[in-house]
Design a protein around this ligand. Structure first.
Ligand code: F6P
Length: 335
């Protein structure tokens, strides 16, 4: 193999730059040329490439976002779009493609390989940490620390004003990030999509905490939270985030002055933590190793601190198990 391409795709995550850097430098070390694809699959279809030498990736290990930029591309969802992408890679002489992203990006990579024979290796990059076949994905640790920092700051003002705060974290379909940040941030209640919550229990906890002398209450909610019972449904305004409905009900039931804080895309930015830089560096280099070993349709991950190369299909279709023990522990520790 003489030349490979690398792209970042889907929602960006802190550490993607460090992963691109590792791909480029490891490939150069192995005598392989690297081209970067701008704007994910959209740029791939258009042939929007740049040559990446070792110095092109200087000073990016510390930067959040992705300097290659990212996109969610409709055309790549079509067979024609993927064929165009393969033609562009072949025209450029690139024999393989490293895709840094989440499960949607991996599905695109798998279809590209199956339909056109272009070799692909996936590197998991998403703050959601919902990819199977790896313990952690790039960006998760940084986002977790961003949320913990936000909880710490909000707790200050919550205590000053004796308020309850409903804080919404990212995660439409997965609560891994919310659970970890909620536990490490000391939230009183943690609501995630994997476990339906009961609004009565949430209100009871706020009330009991108040009676025990707590002067604040933090309820950390994932975007895609699921609830049980009709009562929540009746009170719910479909045009607003669930966090606001939860906040309103808590206020009505407990009398606790309540505020809502939606953390939003602040969770996707910022300089990556040491842990994310380390993970990105190891996985980026491992992707090149896998490519040069002739692998394709694979994802590189880290399991029990060891690099593992898995079928990308398993990473896409395998369900990462939600840690119920950790969830239980968070409940125990927040009494
Ligand atoms: O998948 C990563 C993620 O940040 C989710 O947590 C969130 O629900 C979604 O992307 C937001 O996507 P967008 O930036 O396109 O609004």
């Amino acid at each position: 193999m003489k030349k490979i391409a690398v792209l970042t795709s889907g929602g960006d995550s802190p550490g993607m730059n460090a992963a691109v850097r590792a791909v480029v430098r490891k490939a150069i070390y192995e005598g392989v040329e690297v081209i970067g694809v701008n704007r994910g699959y959209a740029g791939l279809i258009e042939g929007d490439f740049i040559t990446l030498g070792a110095s092109a990736v200087s000073d990016i290990i510390n930067r959040g976002g992705t300097f290659l930029r990212s996109a969610r591309c409709e055309e790549f969802r079509t067979k024609e779009g993927r064929q165009k992408a393969a033609d562009q890679l072949r025209k450029e002489g690139a024999e393989g493609l490293v895709v840094i992203g989440g499960d949607g990006s991996f599905t695109g990579a798998m279809l590209l390989t199956n339909e056109t024979g272009i070799k692909t290796i996936g590197v998991p990059g998403t703050i959601d940490n919902d990819i199977a076949c790896t313990d952690d994905s790039i960006g998760y640790d940084t986002a977790m620390n961003t949320i913990i920092d936000a909880i710490t700051k909000i707790r200050d003002t919550a205590s000053s004003h004796e308020r309850a705060f409903v804080i919404e974290a990212m995660g439409r379909h997965a609560g891994f990030l919310t659970l970890a940040a909620g536990l490490a941030g000391g939230a009183e209640s943690i609501l995630v999509p994997e476990i339906k919550f009961n609004i009565d229990e949430v209100c009871d906890k706020v009330q009991k905490g108040y009676e025990k002398g707590k002067i604040h209450s933090i309820i950390l909610v994932a975007e895609g939270v699921e609830f049980e019972g009709n009562e929540f449904e009746t009170n719910r305004d479909v045009n607003e985030s669930n966090a606001f409905t939860i906040g309103r009900i808590i206020n009505e039931r407990t009398g606790f002055d309540t505020r809502v804080s939606i953390l939003g895309h602040i969770q996707r930015g910022g300089s990556p933590t040491g842990r994310d830089r380390l993970l990105a560096s190891r996985l980026g280099a491992a992707a090149v190793d896998a490519m040069l070993a002739g692998e394709t349709n694979k994802m590189v991950g880290l399991i029990h601190n060891k690099i593992e190369v898995s079928d990308i299909k398993d990473a896409i279709e395998g369900k990462k198990e939600f840690d119920k023990d950790l969830y239980e522990l968070a409940n125990i520790l927040s009494i």
